[in-house]
Design a protein around this ligand. Structure first.
Ligand code: PEP
Ligand code: MN
Length: 337
């Protein structure tokens, strides 16, 4: 629930209420505003009912948070969350482009991709070192060596690193190299992993599961937020439908809905939705037009030789073309790129 304090409430009185919330085993939150202090109490509904703050002399109003996800909801935090990653911000009028190969394959491949995308205006480099593959016989990623190469690319080109973490045991290792931890579609409801990345101290890029509803995505974000990590970026990457003409159906309707329900930044992955490079540019533009905070796109210097997702990877000239078209559209949409 949200507890709005009266203007005259003193720090001592506020602390006393926060203490009472904690004593009952609930999670206390304090959100000082310019005029009023707003408190939050999260936890078991029955215990919340026992707080009885409605008639407290220093409390102006008590509002229940109706949505099942509390910290992710706009009811609790009405204004946009801006996530700071090094010198970059996600969740502002500036449109964020995250680009790079599906998987880190070699130093030459990663550096060629990083050099090109950073020169073209992408400030984040993506690349999987640990890959979740549908087949156990497919390339599984370079592991820690891949992480080292990502760190080297960051040093050389100044690009922040976004890379996937597959399991709880690898969170500390990946967090040691990455700027943003990616939780993939297949792990969106791996609740122990969500809790672990929630304790990692790194921003998290949470991808929507391929069969997950919007509210399940937000509940998964809530797991991360509830561990004390406020930096969650949501990612729509296409869901499974009956359509077979492409890989997944990019659910663009999810964008305005997510923007209405949550204060968290939302980006779009047109690559895993389309499954083919020919459709990436129009989908990336659609994402911008629908209010996305950015896109994450697969780019490979030689897609034909890629060890994973080559078909959906943009080559370098196509990446330039995407940036050109996004820049043109950004102007119309009042965005910066
Ligand atoms: C990826 O980003 O390479 C990836 C595996 O994505 P997803 O989890 O969306 O399938
Ligand atoms: Mn991929």
């Amino acid at each position: 629930m949200i507890i709005i304090m009266k203007n005259e409430a003193t720090r001592v009185q506020i602390d006393a209420i926060l203490g009472r919330i904690a004593e009952l085993g609930l999670k206390p939150l304090c959100m000082p505003g310019t005029e009023k202090v707003v408190l939050g109490a999260l936890g078991d509904e029955r215990v919340l009912a026992g707080l009885r703050l409605e008639n407290h002399p220093q409390v102006e109003r008590v509002i229940p948070i109706l949505s099942p996800y509390k910290l992710a909801s706009r009811e609790l935090y009405p204004s946009e969350t801006v996530i700071q990653v090094g010198t970059h911000q996600i969740g502002t009028p500036r449109f964020t482009v995250i680009a790079g190969p599906c998987a880190v394959e070699s130093e030459a491949q990663l550096m060629a991709a990083a050099r090109h995308i950073s020169a073209g205006g992408a400030v984040f480099l993506r690349g999987g070192a640990f890959k979740p593959r549908s087949s156990p016989y497919s390339f599984q990623g370079m592991g820690e060596e891949g992480l080292r190469l990502l760190a080297k690319a960051r040093e050389t080109y100044g690009t922040a690193v976004v890379t996937e973490v597959l399991s709880t045991e690898e969170v500390a290792l990946v967090a040691g190299y990455a700027d943003v931890l990616q939780v993939g579609a297949r792990n969106m409801q791996n609740f122990r992993l969500l809790r672990e990345v929630g304790r990692s101290g790194r921003p998290v890029l949470l991808k929507r599961g391929m069969s997950a509803s919007i509210s399940e995505l937000l509940m998964s974000a809530e797991y991360i937020l509830s561990e004390g990590n406020p930096d969650v970026i949501l990612c729509e990457r296409g869901i499974k439908t009956f359509e077979t003409a492409y890989r997944n159906t990019l659910d663009l309707t999810a964008l305005p809905i997510l923007k209405q329900k949550t204060h968290l930044p939302v980006i779009v992955d047109p690559s895993h939705a389309a499954g083919h490079r020919d459709y990436i540019i129009p989908l990336a533009k659609a994402a911008l037009a629908c209010g996305a905070d950015g896109v994450i796109v697969e780019v490979h210097p030689d897609p034909a030789a890629a060890l994973s997702d080559g078909q959906q990877s943009l080559d370098l000239p196509m990446f330039d073309e995407m940036m050109r078209q996004l820049r043109r559209l950004a102007k119309v949409e009042g965005r910066i790129l």
